[in-house]
Design a protein around this ligand. Structure first.
Ligand code: IMP
Ligand code: MG
Length: 194
């Protein structure tokens, strides 16, 4: 079987491990913690953008769950749009940055918040910032769900970040291993079986 989780009740020890393709993962951040941290980011954005209508540019595919939760905690009125800009295959960053697709909105004079699942090396975000600025955005800030400070390779100003995590590869809450694992409500860390 490709994906396995035991069909036992939620919260039992068997639910805390998953298997995807050739790797095992164990639960590392629970849904409860995730929601607390996402809410905290939303509160900060609510304060900083009070009376404004920023455009949230959510980067597919990874940010879809974070974006959905984040915008539901907002009490300002943002525009929400999705874009695709990926440089990642498997568990290692390739450093190959591709084009930004899907932003058809006029960003001229707008306050833009880029919503990203995880900043790892930072190469993706670093390359994206000038693209958004070229579209005439007045301000551009980054809101990421996770950040791996130990892997950051570039100088990047991240205004909103829900959590810092160790360098290990993770899945869940939108994040994938070769396309799988995005559906989990919790975050799972790879178990290194070497
Ligand atoms: P960066 O350019 O190295 O910062 O890579 C950022 C992108 O890599 C993210 O948007 C994710 O799609 C992906 N990524 C980085 N670390 C992980 C991870 O631990 N699990 C799944 N995807 C990851
Ligand atoms: Mg991504």
């Amino acid at each position: 079987m490709l994906l396995t989780t035991s069909p036992t009740a939620e919260g039992s020890p068997d639910m805390k491990k998953i298997h995807i393709l050739d790797k095992d993962f164990s639960i590392s951040i629970t849904e409860e913690t995730i929601q607390t941290r996402v809410r905290r980011v939303a509160d900060k954005i609510n304060r900083d953008y009070k009376g404004k209508s920023p455009v949230f540019v959510c980067i597919l595919n990874g940010s879809f769950m974070f974006a959905a939760d984040l915008v539901r905690y907002l009490d300002i009125q943002p525009a929400v749009t999705f874009a695709r800009f990926s440089s990642y295959r498997g568990t290692e960053t390739t450093g190959v940055v591709r084009e930004l697709l899907g932003v058809t909105e006029d960003l001229k004079g707008k306050d833009v918040v880029i919503v990203e699942d995880i900043v790892d090396t930072g190469i993706t975000m670093k390359a994206l910032l000038p693209v958004i600025k070229e579209k005439g955005a007045e301000t551009v800030e980054i809101a990421c769900f996770l950040r791996k400070p130990g892997k950051l390779k570039v100088d990047l100003d991240i205004k909103y970040c829900a959590m810092d995590i160790p360098d290990d590869f993770i899945v869940g809450y939108g994040l994938d291993y070769d396309g799988y694992g995005r559906n989990y409500r919790d975050i799972y860390t790879v178990i290194d079986n070497k």
